[in-house]
Design a binder for this molecule. Structure first.
Ligand SMILES: [Zn+2]
Length: 896
């Protein structure tokens, strides 16, 4: 195993051996704008108490120039292995002072100190992203979260640049005529992955938040930062408003004053994830600055992200998980608190989006063979990097929501406050949180934690029919579990009936505890259904009419829902007409679960979405549109992966036509109109050659003047249409170049790359394949993702079969050659797709899963993180084959 992949055992040992007092980090970015400068000088001085005479110090970069231990220069021979410095001869039980002078490398992968040149104005920007273990790509460090220390940062940067870091600027001194050395105030004790440095000619605006309480006045300076060329898209008023509301809210709930001084939020280019909670310097993906008109759902999502990060300033930054096993301690909390707070800052539909999209992310991860408990077992750093998944975030948050219900809101937040007080500026584990919550709630939580946090998998709930021997409306609910964990559920079951307008409205609801394999649901006694009570003719009649029974009504627990056959038929005919937006989101999830489990042909789901997905006759437009993008994405996956080859081309044409029809019917200027326009673009690029001319004409008319009344055609739609036209082979290089000349931004450059690679033609694909495999990478992280999006156009799978042998042969080299972030994208993005399916051959014996199994069997020594990706991709392939076989069997039955 590479020494870069630090293990938990090594980290625990190091934590026992040393106590770190302070870091002094000096970075020289004075010549960062010079593309010839591949690296920057990084000098780190660390003072720490050591029990023994030796310790490992982490650094990955271009060179180590000098190492000084307690004032004495060390011989560099054999000291550094490329990722770790093996220090010896320390003074035991004394404070040691180690200084490392090194050259670190600018990154183009988003890991470490990323450097970006803005094509609009030629300006250079750098920013750091260090989680989970890339601080060592910027400075010499003890790379583990529980070794916290105060950090002093000095950054030399060109005159005219701003440098933003975790704390306020302390002092500045000129270095020659062209550079300025900035020293920042020392931080409170901080984990190394939370250090932030962002330097460049940023555009910035400022404001101030102060606490309303008169007893403990607190003022927090607020800042917003973005590239100069994006200044017009920085909607500061809205961003500051959300930030202020969030700070009010979290001060009320957490009762611990914001401990990090100022609150800067910076939008960074080519950012790998949504955002990162560096204290005092939170970095965001700059896609959150909208260059095209955003939908309300996108604004809600951004608010949720701002609040997610904000809650981390307490859960994660103030009290940090000791090791990555307990990543959930911060991420589940942030996901829960972010969603909760999103609702409180004005997005009532926050839990609808959570139920309709985020929980789907959790369930799909939980259904894979690589599922894991929320409180995970993370043996090393490569595993840590993969643990930022749907289980850690969304399942954890859903389970926390149950915990809040279980112990009560007051006890939950009192427990949180106790936890902050006990562990402020330190680190913690699961047991520390349980201790605090038990102290404030008086409840024993060990059994609950074992059943919910320390087991893997997801239960499925289904109403299976009338309870034998009971009266009308008394039903039997059953659960199927992947294990014997018997997680306790508090659930509700709702009964929905069509009203006079054809809407589905709830008429009865029953809440119950489920601890065994099943439970009795008594819907005959519910006061909501008073007029139907008593077992008379009216009540009996209900069960003969179209109705919908929804297990896990109100989304109280974390479980998959399986609709009974009558309810499924009702849902397919009119889920979009459900009055309650949360129930509507859940019903769509249940239908998608059926598609994924090969119980419902994808075509039926597709028809339902195109007929009434996001229908506007539900109570409010916002909520109906909240889940629409998710439904459109599921339609795409459904056709590409869950329909047999023979049906795909007509299904893409149907999807395009259906989206076009819904687009035409949408209110001008509405989010619905925009959502369906995006769907038109998405489906249009996939249609077969027979439909290509008509579809291409439609796409062009969509984005050309005068266009559709009310539809704002921004760069996103315009480039989306060009990518689709490229996939249909209806656009040439000159047109793409003209479009880029008119919109010379970084985003446009990435879109142009997607479009170029999306064109059908083996030479194009071969070119992209070769470029993607070049090492060192010629493309940045963003460009690699853009190229992968164009490479894997679903309707071009036949073209790609020739790359399969090379994929399997080169996997380990790819993993070894590229940083994890890039390697993972290549491994997943180039994974061979399932094309033809044999109805009679077991799914596992098809070519793709069989090749994956062979690879896994013969590469037992391959890194665990790489194996995990292959296992997951192979599982998805098998799932697709089973779904396609289900459809083929139906077709055969119809013919026979
Ligand atoms: Zn987070």
């Amino acid at each position: 195993m590479s020494s870069a992949n630090l293990t938990r055992a090594e980290a625990e040992q190091r934590s026992a051996d040393i106590e770190v007092h302070a870091y002094d980090i000096d970075l020289d970015l004075a010549v960062a704008p010079d593309p010839g400068a591949t690296g920057f000088a990084s000098t780190t001085t660390i003072t720490f108490l050591s029990a023994g005479e030796d310790v490992r110090l982490d650094f990955i970069g271009e060179a180590v120039l000098a190492v000084m231990v307690n004032g004495q220069d060390r011989d560099l021979d054999g000291l550094w292995d490329g990722s770790a410095l093996h220090l010896t001869g320390l003074l035991p039980n004394r404070t040691n002072r180690v200084q490392v002078r090194a050259i670190a490398a600018y990154s183009r992968t988003g890991q470490g100190l990323h450097r970006f040149v803005d094509p609009v104005d030629g300006e250079t920007y750098v920013y750091s992203h260090l989680e989970p273990a890339d601080a060592r790509r910027v400075f010499a460090t003890f790379e583990q979260p529980d070794l916290k220390a105060s950090m002093i940062l000095h950054v030399t940067a060109p005159v005219g640049w701003s440098v933003v870091a975790n704390q306020e600027v302390g002092s500045q001194v000129p270095v020659g005529d062209t550079a300025l050395r900035t020293t920042f105030h020392p931080t409170p004790p901080l984990s190394t992955y939370l250090v932030a440095v962002c330097a460049g000619p940023w555009h910035h605006v400022h404001d101030l938040w102060s606490q309303r309480s008169e007893t403990s006045p607190l003022e927090v300076p607020l800042g917003l930062w973005c590239r100069a060329s994006l200044a017009e898209y920085l909607d500061a008023e809205e961003l500051f408003a959300t930030t202020r509301k969030g700070l009010d809210l979290f001060h009320d709930l957490f009762g611990f004053p914001y401990p990090w001084g100022k609150y800067d939020q910076l939008f960074a280019p080519e950012y790998n994830i949504g955002a990162m909670e560096n204290p005092g310097c939170i970095t965001f993906n700059e896609k959150y600055l909208f260059t095209s008109r955003p939908t309300r759902q996108e604004l809600a999502q951004r608010a949720g992200t701002i609040l997610h990060e904000m809650s981390h300033l307490w859960f994660g930054d103030l009290v940090t998980p000791a090791w990555w096993d307990d990543l959930w301690l911060k991420e589940s909390f942030a996901e829960y608190m972010g969603t909760r707070a999103e609702r409180e800052v004005g997005f009532d539909e926050a839990w609808v989006a959570f139920a309709g999209a985020r929980k789907e992310w959790a369930a799909s991860a939980d259904l894979m063979p690589t599922t894991h408990p929320i409180a995970a077992d993370i043996p090393d750093l490569e595993a840590a990097r993969q643990n930022f998944d749907g289980i850690t975030y969304a399942k954890g948050a859903a389970v926390l929501r149950q915990l809040v219900a279980y112990v009560g809101e007051d006890a939950f937040f009192a427990g949180a406050r106790l936890y902050f007080t006990r562990h402020a500026f330190g680190s913690a584990q699961l047991v520390d949180l349980l201790d605090a919550l038990e102290a404030t709630s008086g409840r024993n939580l060990r059994a609950w934690a074992e059943q919910w946090l320390q087991t893997a998998g997801v239960d499925e709930l289904e109403v299976v029919g009338p309870e034998p021997g009971a009266g009308p409306g008394v039903l039997r609910l059953e659960r199927t579990s992947p294990d014997a964990a018997r997680r306790p559920h508090r659930i509700a079951v709702g009964l929905y009936l069509p009203d006079g307008d054809g809407h589905l409205a709830r008429v009865r609801r029953s809440e119950l505890d489920l601890s065994g394999d099943g439970a009795v649901v008594d819907l005959s006694l519910d006061p909501l259904g008073a007029e139907l009570r008593g077992g008379g003719p009216a009540a009996a009649d209900v069960w003969a009419r179209p109705h919908l029974l929804l297990p896990n009504d109100d989304d109280l627990t974390y479980a998959l829902t399986r609709l009974d056959p009558t309810s499924r038929a009702t849902a397919l005919a009119g889920a979009g007409g459900m009055v309650d937006p949360l129930a509507q989101a859940q019903v769509w999830s249940a239908l998608w679960n059926d598609v994924r489990e090969a119980r419902l042909p994808a075509a039926a789901y597709l028809r339902a979405v195109l007929d009434h997905g996001g229908r506007l006759d539900s109570r409010d437009e916002e909520s109906a549109t909240t889940v629409l993008p998710r439904l459109v994405a599921c339609v795409g996956t459904g056709i590409a992966d869950y329909l047999p080859e023979v049906l795909r081309a007509p299904a893409w044409a149907d999807a395009f036509d259906g989206a076009w029809r819904r687009l035409g019917a949408a209110r001008p200027g509405s989010d619905q109109q925009l959502a369906w326009a995006r769907a038109v673009v998405r489906f249009g690029g996939q249609v077969g050659s027979a439909d290509a001319d008509v579809v291409a004409a439609g796409l062009r008319s969509l984005v050309q003047e005068p266009g559709l009344a009310g539809l704002e055609v921004g760069p996103e739609l315009r480039w989306g249409a060009l990518v689709a036209l490229a996939a249909l082979d209806r656009v040439d290089d000159e047109e793409l170049d003209r479009a880029l000349a008119a919109d010379p931004t970084a985003a446009a450059r990435a879109h142009r790359l997607t479009a170029r690679v999306a064109r059908p033609g083996i030479e194009t694909k071969q070119w992209a394949w070769d470029e993607l495999h070049r090492s060192p990478a010629v493309w940045s992280n963003e460009e690699i993702s853009a190229a992968l999006a164009g490479f894997a156009v679903a309707s071009q799978r036949e073209l790609l079969t020739g790359f399969t042998p090379g994929y399997w042969a080169g996997l380990e080299q790819v993993w070894g050659r590229f940083p994890n972030e890039i390697a993972a994208r290549l491994v997943s993005g180039l994974f061979p797709a399932v094309n033809e399916v044999d109805p009679d051959r077991p799914a596992a014996e098809h070519e793709v899963p069989a090749a994956a199994r062979d690879w896994l069997a013969t590469r037992s020594a391959a890194p665990a993180a790489l194996r995990r990706l292959v296992v997951e991709q192979a599982d998805a392939a098998e799932r697709a084959i089973r779904a396609q076989q289900g459809v083929l069997a139906l077709l055969a039955g119809e013919k026979g």
